[in-house]
Design a protein around this ligand. Structure first.
Ligand code: HEM
Length: 371
């Protein structure tokens, strides 16, 4: 117990700061749990797409009138019949058995259940954060933004699935897939940034050094990675990874034939090459990867010459290691014709790489006054 009579102005401030600090640290802890859950959810999302499971449950939110996982053979047959009414079944899965359907159903059901779990977790935690008067408005508004993003993300998910249920479609639109993936990255980044800022503010040993020039260079690096994320979404959305499976060449040439097509659909809009022509889509993804690698190496040596703290050095070393793994994963995914596990880890690698570069950027962004 603190005897308030003996408190001077100085230690009153210390007590308030300590209270703030412990409150903030608990916010940071639940944000970390939330971040891990969202990363897991994105990983399951990648598996759902890679196993071709995303369109197995055309109805939402109820499935055959219920929220529950099918529990009897009769219900299984009913949900399978629903799936059979949609084009994907007729175009690519006509020979699918009930046992095979159960597998793709499981992935999609699990992905949806995780979304509900994250929403519930965010809702309950936000309730406690909002009730706590010691948590600053700045953090409360960030949580509000997270909610808005989660709702937008769920709507984008439905929008994406609807594109795959339209007549003649066996897969979802690559444009909508890119929107869904990028929104998930933005949602995750807001969570991680908020948590990381709290950590920087409250943990004395995480020392940072504010260097404005470096901050701009890192912003450039994060923007390139963000662009590469969008490019990757188009590679997977157009299934471009199943073509040009040699490396470093593409079907034997540095620049693939038909890189910029000008006939048919492309005659009226040449820019469509960048989102629909698999040669262009994959070429751009490779090219951006090389630019990012060169930029990262240059940045790494530049940082070595700056007065950075050992904490910042650790993050920049991690960044280079993650980038190397990511490039190896990307090339392996390509040359082995997109095996599910490699492709899913390539997506996970992209997420971790982006979050690490965001964290490094934050350490250069401003001077954090420690609590
Ligand atoms: C900075 C490095 C890289 C980043 C950040 C990155 C990021 C991404 C992302 C975010 C995706 C989409 C994943 C998904 O939708 O699940 C993707 C897909 C893909 N990337 Fe990369 N990538 C990088 C380098 C490379 C390299 C060097 C190659 C090969 C030369 C490559 C080949 C692929 C392939 C084949 C896919 C499609 C996989 C699929 O169909 O699921 N990537 N990449």
């Amino acid at each position: 117990m603190i005897n308030t009579n003996t408190l001077t102005n100085e230690n009153i401030k210390a007590v308030i700061d300590r209270d703030d600090k412990s409150q903030l640290l608990s916010v940071s802890k639940w944000l970390n749990i939330l971040a891990v859950t969202v990363i897991f959810m994105m990983f399951v999302g990648a598996l759902t797409r890679l196993t071709g499971s995303g369109l197995s449950i055309p109805e939402w939110p109820l499935i055959n009138g219920s929220l529950m996982y099918p529990s009897s053979e009769t219900v299984w047959n009913e949900v399978f019949e629903i799936y059979k009414q949609y084009p994907q079944y007729h175009i690519v899965n006509k020979s699918m058995s009930l046992a095979e359907f159960k597998v793709i159903f499981f992935y999609e059901y699990f992905h949806r259940s995780l979304t509900s779990l994250v929403s519930l977790f965010l809702l309950i935690s936000a309730f406690f954060v909002f009730k706590n008067k010691k948590i600053r408005k700045e953090y409360k508004s960030n949580i509000f933004v997270m909610f808005a993003l989660l709702i937008i993300q769920a709507l984008a998910g439905m929008y994406m699935v609807n594109s795959g249920l339209e007549e003649g479609m066996a897969n979802v639109s690559q444009y909508r897939l890119a929107i869904h993936l990028v929104l998930a990255l933005i949602f995750l980044s807001v969570i991680v940034r908020t948590s990381f800022d709290i950590k920087l503010k409250t943990t004395k040993k995480l020392s940072t050094n504010f260097i404005e020039g470096v901050s701009k260079l890192l912003l450039g690096f994060c923007s390139l990675l963000f662009l590469q994320f969008i490019s990757g979404a188009f590679v997977s959305g157009t299934k471009a990874g199943f073509h040009f499976n040699d490396w470093p060449l593409m079907n034997g040439s540095i620049v693939p034939k038909n890189l910029i097509a000008t006939e048919g659909r492309y005659a009226s809009n040449i820019l469509l090459n960048f989102t629909e022509n698999i040669a262009t889509v994959q070429f751009m993804h490779r090219l951006l990867a090389y630019i990012i690698t060169a930029y990262a190496i240059w940045l790494f040596f530049k940082l070595k010459k700056e007065k950075i703290t050992s904490f910042q050095e650790k993050i920049s070393n991690t960044l280079l290691v993650l980038l190397s793994i990511q490039i190896i994963l990307g090339i392996s995914t390509l040359i082995f014709h997109v095996p599910i596990v490699l492709a899913a880890f390539h997506q996970l690698g992209a997420i971790l790489l982006f979050l690490t570069s965001l964290a490094l950027l934050r350490t250069f962004k401003r001077n954090y006054e420690k609590l």
